[in-house]
Design a binder for this molecule. Structure first.
Ligand code: CDP
Length: 205
């Protein structure tokens, strides 16, 4: 059985945490597609050419433990605006989405471009301030020196770039279920997402 859950949304909206929890709940595989762009961004910071880096993306780069920094996020968002970079990553993502046993993919264009046929599409948002607070606490816990104001400015700049690009801009698919997590705990968001998925799974039986 293949069953694809597409989870998109802006930076630090909670997609990652939600995707992991949902995948664990249903026993589905999970792909954080942001990590692919972060890995390409990392290689570009180290001097690689973006399209080549995407075409020959190395497993070692994906496994690096320094992909979650603000610097890499910015580099990721820049390479993600290059059409040939995105193209180079399509086949891998689509194959993952269709693996048997079910898959959850989170990113920016999963419901719109990568898997327009996904059985479930969620678009996760939260207010800018709440997203900045969550990312600030995450970075602080990892020992990075930053401020709330700096994190907020970084998120806004990245969202503006991701939304304005010509290729696969950040936007909800027409048939996506929107989930605003501003006032929700992670448990509440997971409960809501699980209910949406269960409804679709039930409809297939
Ligand atoms: O964790 P966060 O939401 O901050 O970012 P991420 O999901 O790791 O994505 C990092 C960057 O990769 C984004 O700002 C996008 O520019 C890009 N990205 C994309 O263009 N398409 C995707 N499917 C996933 C990420």
């Amino acid at each position: 059985m293949s069953f694809t859950v597409a989870i998109d949304g802006p930076a630090a909206s909670g997609k990652g945490t939600l995707s992991k929890a949902v995948a664990a709940h249903f026993g589905f595989a999970h792909l954080d597609t942001g990590l692919l762009y972060r890995a390409v961004g990392r290689e570009v910071l180290d001097g690689a050419e973006p399209v080549e880096a995407a075409r020959e993306l190395r497993k070692e780069t994906l496994e690096r433990d320094d992909l979650r920094t603000a610097e890499v996020a910015e580099a990721a968002s820049k390479v993600a605006a290059i059409a040939q970079v995105r193209e180079a990553l399509v086949d891998f993502q689509r194959a993952f989405a269709r693996r048997s046993g079910g898959a959850v993919l989170d990113g920016r264009d999963i419901g719109t471009v990568i898997c327009p046929e996904a059985e479930v599409k969620l678009f996760v948002t939260a207010s800018d301030e709440v997203r900045a607070e969550r990312r600030f606490l995450e970075l602080e816990a990892k020992g990075f020196q930053t401020t709330r104001a700096e994190v907020l400015a970084d998120l806004r700049e990245r969202d503006a770039r991701d939304s304005a690009r010509a290729t696969a801009p950040l936007k909800p698919a027409e048939d996506a279920v929107k989930l605003d997590t501003t006032e929700m705990s992670i448990d509440q968001a997971v409960t809501r997402a699980v209910a949406v998925i269960e409804e679709r799974l039930g409809g297939r039986e």
